[in-house]
Design a protein around this ligand. Structure first.
Ligand code: URP
Ligand code: ZN
Ligand code: ZN
Length: 481
């Protein structure tokens, strides 16, 4: 039986424009956008008067059910995607992270199994944690058969999943050959390791030492190195969780010279500062331990400026929740605190409140950085990230006048801490549609395990760069604002 939803009377916001229009969704897709639509009998009606109708959020950086630092995140693919739906996020791109020496395909199949319970659509970046001819062949299989078009490289986490320069070079070159986007966690893992040892030798064992062991220069060095390698190989590059002026400036400099470099910013890095690490309660300080760490307010301003100027492109959360009992593993040694925080449910509201309500961003720019740019960069646009006929009916109806105080007491995530605790935001979802289904209605979360679908992302085509006379990769530069 056909199902239809008619969203009437709202203002449709896309990355390129706003328009007053109704939206008709039929059988999971957007069937019409405009006025005087021919609406099937029995359609569910949503009155969006005074509200915005926007593409559902795409969070291009989450870790659900991640085994990491000796434990596993509290949110699995159901609870994490359900929390996202409650906040207007309808797709996530999570990470398959093979152990060094583990087969990429085996790890990918494991993550696909874990994700079957997802309540919203999902896709995977795959991490390259080691190098061999088999890894190279597996990258090709993942791109050509499984719809993976992005590979992640952790430049930090020495003695665990860190990729050295040899691995970066080999993997970036193979990504270029396959039409896939290399992405990096940019922190110099050798320096982090050294600084951690030095902190501990000085008796600094608490969470306050975490940001001291990962200063902005350590991130800036790795971002510049990855960008330089990508430049030599003529491959685009996407830098995840840019947290400081040093790496934002490295991206801006490279872009000014014409290099295809893209940057992602976390909602947490935009509004939470490094004073949290000096909190006297270990549990509170440890709850904020993530990498790169929260930074001082001048770095936050650099991130906002980057989003406004267009040299930073996407926003994400790095949703990676560990509870207090798990964080306690590092009570006597900060370097053992599992790294990660939440936010998949709060990202849109936090960025709307701190971005649109303050005049930093227009509603269309908000759509660009919360869904459209991620869809373009990871090649699922306009199926996702756009309110247009033929696209997936992944939509958020946004009430710009409603307020909410964010709290662990009301969040849907299974984490036991909320890094935005007590922040009152104006602008929240009233309805979230996921594949045409009403997944969230005015406080009522209707997420169901298994309703999310795996989203294949096609490779980018090869092009010849006439200027450099080198093989290059068609990247979506032209369509980013
Ligand atoms: O602290 C973090 N960010 N944990 C998740 C793993 C990563 O680095 O993205
Ligand atoms: Zn990371
Ligand atoms: Zn991450």
């Amino acid at each position: 039986m056909s199902t239809s939803v008619w969203i009437r009377g709202g203002t449709v916001v896309n990355a390129d424009r706003e328009q007053r229009a109704d939206v008709l969704c039929v059988d999971g897709q957007i069937a019409a956008v405009g006025h005087e639509l021919s609406v099937p009998a029995g359609a569910t009606v949503i009155d969006a008067g005074g509200q915005y109708v926007m593409p559902g959020g795409i969070d291009p950086h989450t870790h659900m059910q991640l085994p990491f630092m000796g434990t596993v995140t509290a949110d699995d693919f159901f609870t994490g995607t359900a929390a996202g739906l409650a906040g207007g996020t309808t797709s996530i791109i999570d990470f398959v992270i093979p152990d060094p020496q583990q087969s990429l395909i085996e790890a990918y199949q494991t993550w696909r199994g874990w994700a079957e319970k997802a309540a919203a659509d999902y896709s995977f970046h795959v991490a390259i944690t080691w190098w061999s001819e088999q890894v190279k062949a597996d990258m090709a299989t993942l791109v050509r058969e499984e719809g993976v078009n992005s590979f992640k490289h952790f430049m930090a986490y020495k003695n665990a999943i860190m990729a050295d320069d040899e691995t970066l070079v080999n993997s970036f070159r193979q990504a270029l050959a396959l039409g896939a986007m290399p992405t990096v966690h940019a922190e110099n893992g050798e320096l982090v390791f050294l600084l951690q040892q030095e902190m501990k030798a000085q008796g600094l064992m608490g969470p306050e030492a975490h940001p001291l062991s990962r200063p902005p220069a350590v991130e800036g060095e790795a971002a510049q190195r990855a960008i330089a390698i990508a430049d030599v190989l003529n491959v685009p590059i996407y830098v995840v969780h840019v947290s400081c002026a040093e790496s934002a400036e490295a991206i801006a400099r490279a872009r000014a010279k014409g290099q295809r470099v893209y940057g992602e910013v976390l909602a947490g890095h935009l509004v939470v500062d490094d004073s949290v690490y000096r909190h006297p309660d270990f549990a509170v300080a440890a709850a904020h331990v993530m990498s790169p760490p929260f930074r001082s307010p001048d770095h936050q301003q650099a991130l906002w400026r980057g989003l406004q100027a267009g040299h930073l492109h996407t926003t994400a959360t790095d949703h990676c929740t560990f509870c207090a009992a798990q964080k306690a593993a590092g009570r006597l040694d900060f370097s053992k605190i599992p790294n990660g925080t939440g936010g998949v449910e709060e990202r849109l509201a936090v960025i709307w409140d701190a971005g649109v309500n303050t005049g930093r961003l227009t509603p269309s720019e908000f759509v660009a950085i919360t869904s459209a740019n991620a869809a373009k960069l990871f090649n699922i646009y306009p199926r996702k990230g756009c309110v247009a006929v033929g696209g997936d009916a992944d939509l958020v109806v946004w009430d710009p006048a409603a307020t909410k105080t964010l709290s662990v007491k009301t969040q849907h995530s299974k984490g036991d801490y909320n890094i935005f605790e007590g922040r009152t935001v104006t602008g929240v979802p009233s309805h979230t549609l996921s594949g045409g289904r009403l997944a969230y209605v005015c406080g009522d979360l209707r997420a169901e395990p298994g309703q999310g679908r795996y989203v294949k992302r096609p490779a980018f085509g090869p092009v010849f760069d006439a200027l450099s006379r080198k093989a290059a990769m068609h990247a979506p530069q032209a369509v980013l604002r």
